[in-house]
Design a protein around this ligand. Structure first.
Ligand SMILES: NC(=O)c1ccc[n+]([C@@H]2O[C@H](COP(=O)([O-])OP(=O)(O)OC[C@H]3O[C@@H](n4cnc5c(N)ncnc54)[C@H](OP(=O)(O)O)[C@@H]3O)[C@@H](O)[C@H]2O)c1
Length: 292
């Protein structure tokens, strides 16, 4: 049986690929050449949900994506993020940052625009008003937050609601190696508010599939063994099993595994060609205790 290839983006009324791609590493320089190949492999496989941010490579990731969009005009869903550093925390800063991101991407509007993290002591209302302004101006179709707590999500969602705009997503760290969203209230808040949970580091940057370089036992050994057992049963890969556990955890979860290689982007979308049995889900769930 397959996993549904599309998932709702919260209450926005749109559906997006359940598995997309994170592009932080696209900006590391050595990866420039394979970027278009990776981008095209992703779209060929049905995963055209592209996650970037103004701070990835100081704008280089957005520029590389803009180049890809110009070279391959097939529709994609693009998300980027505003970084609220010190002295850059007002609605005006957010709307100006979006203009700069759009220029780098070569787009007139972005599909999803996030506040990247909740800068300490910053006025959350200002962020919400800035996000609302981007939707009213037509420069963003949907808005979200990233690394926000359950309480911060509720405050932003309330303020956006005054403008009749739903909070679309909270992008947070979530994987079999890091289950904080289950214990810190974020997954519960996503369910309650009907907000998508976009999971970054879903492959724990490779730690779920490869043991540490020094081969010393670590707390993920049991998870890796369980992933290998499940993968073997489906003639699949451990990475696909790890992605399928996240997708089975909740229908609001959307994944953005990072990949700089076309074969990795394609393999990740391959996770949608099968799904975990209830027993396999329980095996993986039990091998990885929720993070306290
Ligand atoms: N909102 C935030 O604050 C925040 C923070 C961190 C990250 N993010 C986003 O999340 C994305 C994902 O993070 P990440 O890239 O660091 O970590 P990740 O998705 O957990 O892991 C990426 C690593 O796994 C490898 N990989 C990917 N697919 C694979 C496959 N099928 N088989 C084997 N290896 C595979 C990649 O290799 P290759 O590169 O060689 O393909 C890369 O080394 C970032 O790109 C970024 O967009 C957001």
């Amino acid at each position: 049986m397959q996993t549904a290839p599309l998932r709702p983006l919260g209450r926005t009324g749109v559906e997006v690929p359940a598995i997309g791609i994170g592009t932080n590493r696209w900006s590391y320089g050595a990866n420039d050449a394979p970027v278009l190949e990776t981008y095209q492999a992703l779209i060929d496989a049905g995963g055209g949900f592209i996650d970037t941010a103004e701070i990835y490579g100081f704008g280089k990731s957005e520029r590389l994506i803009g180049d890809c969009i110009r070279k391959d005009a097939r529709p994609v869903f693009v998300a980027s993020k505003f970084a609220p550093f010190v002295a850059r925390t007002s609605a005006r800063h957010l709307t100006a940052a979006l203009d700069a991101s759009l220029a780098r991407l070569g787009l007139a509007s972005i599909d999803l625009y996030y506040v990247h993290f909740p800068f300490p002591f910053a006025d959350l209302g200002g962020f919400a008003d800035g996000l609302a302004e981007t939707v009213k101006s037509g420069k963003a179709k949907h808005v979200g937050v990233s690394n926000f707590s359950a309480d911060q999500m509720r405050r932003i969602a309330d303020r956006l609601q005054r403008s009749n705009i739903p909070l679309a997503a909270n992008e947070v760290h979530y994987s079999l190696a890091h289950r904080h969203p289950e214990t810190n209230g974020v997954l519960e808040a996503c369910r309650e508010l009907d907000v998508a949970l976009v999971a970054y580091f879903p492959l724990a940057s490779g730690r779920l599939t490869a043991p540490p370089a020094d081969a010393r036992p670590d707390k993920l050994d049991a998870v890796r063994r369980a992933l290998a057992e499940v993968a073997q049963a489906h003639q699949a890969t451990q990475s696909q099993a790890a992605l399928n556990w996240l997708l089975a955890r909740d229908p609001r979860v959307i994944l953005i595994p990072g990949a700089t290689k076309a074969r990795h982007a394609k393999a990740n979308l391959g996770a949608l060609e099968w799904r975990l049995t209830d027993q396999e889900f329980a095996l993986l769930d039990g091998a990885s205790a929720p993070t306290k």
